[in-house]
Design a protein around this ligand. Sequence first.
Ligand SMILES: *[C@@H]1O[C@H](CO)[C@@H](O)[C@H](O)[C@H]1NC(C)=O
Ligand SMILES: *[C@@H]1O[C@H](CO)[C@@H](O)[C@H](O)[C@H]1NC(C)=O
Ligand SMILES: *[C@@H]1O[C@H](CO)[C@@H](O)[C@H](O)[C@H]1NC(C)=O
Ligand SMILES: *[C@@H]1O[C@H](CO)[C@@H](O)[C@H](O)[C@H]1NC(C)=O
Length: 409
Amino acid sequence: MPLTGLPSLMLLFVGVLVGGAMAREPTMLARLANNLLQNYTVKVRPVRNWTSTTNVFLDFSIYAILKVDVKNQMVTTYLWYREYWLDRRLSWDPSQYEYVERLSLPISRMWSPDIVISELVEEDTSLEVPYVYVNSTGFITHLRPLRAVTTCILNIFSFPFDKQNCSLTFAAWTYTASEVTLVLRRTIEQLRKDRFAFVSGGEWELLDIVPYLWLQKKDGKLYSQFRFNMIIKRRPLFYVVNLLVPSLILMIVDLAGFLLPPECGERVSFKVTILLGYFVFLTTVVGILPATAQGTPLIGVYFVVCIALLVISLLETVLVLRVLYGHQENNTAGVWTTLLISLGFSPDNKDKSLTHTQGSENSTSNNDESGASSTLLEKAYQLDKILTFCYLLLISCVVVGFVLAWALP
Ligand SMILES: *[C@@H]1O[C@H](CO)[C@@H](O)[C@H](O)[C@H]1NC(C)=O
Ligand SMILES: *[C@@H]1O[C@H](CO)[C@@H](O)[C@H](O)[C@H]1NC(C)=O
Ligand SMILES: *[C@@H]1O[C@H](CO)[C@@H](O)[C@H](O)[C@H]1NC(C)=O
Ligand SMILES: *[C@@H]1O[C@H](CO)[C@@H](O)[C@H](O)[C@H]1NC(C)=O
């Protein structure tokens, strides 16, 4: 047992030694990386002649619009951001290195352009990607996700049918245009059409991307900048279902209240209940509205107008009841009779003379009084009809006005 065990144990020992030695021998990739970075200095721009410029190629895809914060006027965009540049110091001959064409190297060990977004207001909390790809000509590909929280002037007047126009400006913070120039990797048309990565399930829809490059002059020096405007549109369905439709339904129910006979007091309580219901609705939905310091969205005006319409419809009912019963209490011609006359109900109306002749046939004071009250009832009905018609006109005007105001901008 020990005689057979010892050689095998020794074999194992030798095997471990050889294996360890092989692991310590640098692999071809490690050798290449060491050779590339050995005499490399990260401090300087990768050009042989300092007068030549470094072209940095930019590319991006919008992945998602995470948040639009109206109160703080901030937009959070998630981008797939790509930078490319040429660093001849990191080139090699593939035939000397087993035909390796691409190599990943840590970005901290090499020069990289200091491109920042001018509108950024919060630290970029997206994942840092520590590696870049270098190909054998020294062309560097740096891909990373970018969570950009940027300022944007948000105008919510036409909420929930609003469109926003936000811009993101990329610029090399220290280098002037003669040192680092930004170039687009793809054509503007390709960038505009790029919806490949966009997650379109959220509240915001990406309508257009308008990219452009230009030089900006600051303190007599030119700086290369790249900006794109993104035009985004809110999907209004949620707000239509939760804000506009319930409000419209209450208005329709209120209109249906005009079908109730004006002489029964039920109509007043019906309308008061709807008014109360509307206030309850408003207190529950007010949290959905965007809070902003500058101006009210049109929908706020819409709610106020709806309340005003409900109040007007309630006042109309009260007015008709007042005409009906207020006149009975004191037979002297009051304000309301004057109102009736001014509206075209002259006392010597055809209907009234008709009831008078009917009353004179029976020739009892009791019947005469009931005849007078029935005339009053007819007048009230007529007044109610006219006022309802006016109210319908008013509502149509309001509806047309709001539809136009929301559709026009
Ligand atoms: C780095 O520089 C040293 C001395 O200047 C030189 O001996 C060495 O060959 C260089 N290495 C590479 C990979 O160029
Ligand atoms: C650098 O480039 C400029 C013009 O492009 C040229 O005049 C100058 O001689 C170059 N310098 C060197 C050291 O090659
Ligand atoms: C490295 O990438 C650049 C840009 O894509 C390309 O022009 C060049 O041919 C590539 N080099 C090699 C050796 O593949
Ligand atoms: C978006 O805003 C920029 C200015 O910030 C303006 O030049 C551009 O025309 C606007 N685009 C649209 C579609 O409104």
